[in-house]
Design a protein around this ligand. Structure first.
Ligand code: FAD
Length: 303
């Protein structure tokens, strides 16, 4: 059988440099921490562009995010980035957390507003002594010195945005304030990403817009989250997971195939940077990175 994916794979064996980054969330328990660290150790030899650690809704994981990035800096060769939100925090709080990140050796922040404290879909209220806009947070980070700042982007627009134009205004403001890379919300239809890219480039925005790739482990859960996050699930995508709710093993095989199909299509269309939402599990993201040609450093040098 000549599948599209295998044809693409063989065509892409001598690819330009692929840059992958991997996103984790800070663990809640000693067991979760052990699982995360086994994932990190698996990913480390791939020498990713960076690995990022999320900041819990409403800043709830400040200490755990800080501990995780500090340990990444101390104990691995990885380049950690800390996600950081301004929701529910005063400028003074933000300042001291930033200082703590910097003291731990972090030189890359993924700067975000954060979801409203009442949850996605409720009204966002900036802290009375905080930053009203994410762009203001970006500027505050850049004022700390030579810190790389990545920001978010929404190919299907942020659910709170009035329209695409106001969404792009917000993106432009974050870039003007010093953001040098945007990482997208996950999406499943690559055309959506390319249409967004056209809109972004038409505005004269030139920074990398790195696609956020979510390998779908649990379709039902993802569909619920996607609805809230404003990411559309195309009917053809849903059909791939039809009838697999009770069949974890097949679902995982399908998930790997579907994510591989997505990244190969992006690759064919000129994308070389990928950000993987790992959900703290190495296997799917690792397998897809492998398909993209990433190898543990010692193996690739030998090839
Ligand atoms: P912004 O860029 O600030 O805003 C996005 C859009 O919403 C803009 O178009 C803006 O105009 C519009 N908007 C903002 N506020 C309003 C308003 N009051 N009224 C109308 N429109 C408004 N969340 C976390 O809590 N922790 C994380 O670690 C985290 N990591 C993320 C990583 C990535 C790559 C992405 C894409 C999202 C992440 N999020 C995280 C989610 C993010 O915090 C939410 O989507 C949040 O609602 C928006 O924050 P932002 O910085 O992405 O948006």
């Amino acid at each position: 059988m000549t599948s599209t994916v295998s044809a693409r794979l063989s065509r892409h064996t001598t690819l330009p440099q692929i840059r992958a980054s991997f996103e984790f969330f800070p663990p809640k328990s000693p067991e979760a921490e052990a699982a995360l660290w086994s994932t990190i150790r698996r990913i480390e030899p791939l020498d990713p562009a960076f690995v990022s650690v999320t900041y819990g809704a409403g800043g709830t994981t400040r200490e755990r995010t800080l501990d995780t990035v500090a340990r990444l800096k101390r104990e691995t060769t990885l380049k950690p980035a800390a996600h950081f939100t301004c929701v529910g925090a005063s400028k003074d709080d933000i300042d001291s957390t930033l200082d703590a990140f910097i003291a731990s050796g972090v030189r890359h922040i993924v700067a975000l507003r954060g979801d409203p404290q009442g949850g996605i879909g409720t009204r966002y209220e900036p802290h009375p002594n905080g930053y009203a806009q994410t762009a203001d947070l970006v500027a505050a980070i850049r004022a700390k010195g030579d810190i790389e700042v990545s920001v978010s982007a929404y190919p299907e627009k942020h659910p709170e945005s009035f329209n695409f134009d106001s969404d792009l205004d917000a993106l432009e403001a974050k870039i003007d304030a010093g953001g040098t890379r945007a990482i997208t919300q996950f999406f499943f239809d690559n055309d959506v990403y390319f249409r967004f890219l056209d809109r972004v480039r038409a505005r004269g925005i030139t920074i990398p817009i790195v696609p956020g790739i979510l390998p779908v482990e649990n379709f039902t859960q993802t569909a619920q989250f996607a609805t809230k996050a404003g990411a559309r699930i195309p009917p053809w995508f849903a059909r791939r997971f039809d009838g697999l709710d009770g069949d974890r093993e097949t679902r995982r095989l399908v998930a790997a195939a579907v994510a591989a199909e997505q990244v190969f299509d992006l690759l064919d269309r000129g994308v070389f940077d990928f950000h993987f939402y790992t959900m703290n599990r190495a296997d799917l993201a690792y397998a897809i990175a492998h398909l993209l040609g990433l190898r543990p450093a010692d193996v690739s040098h030998a090839a």
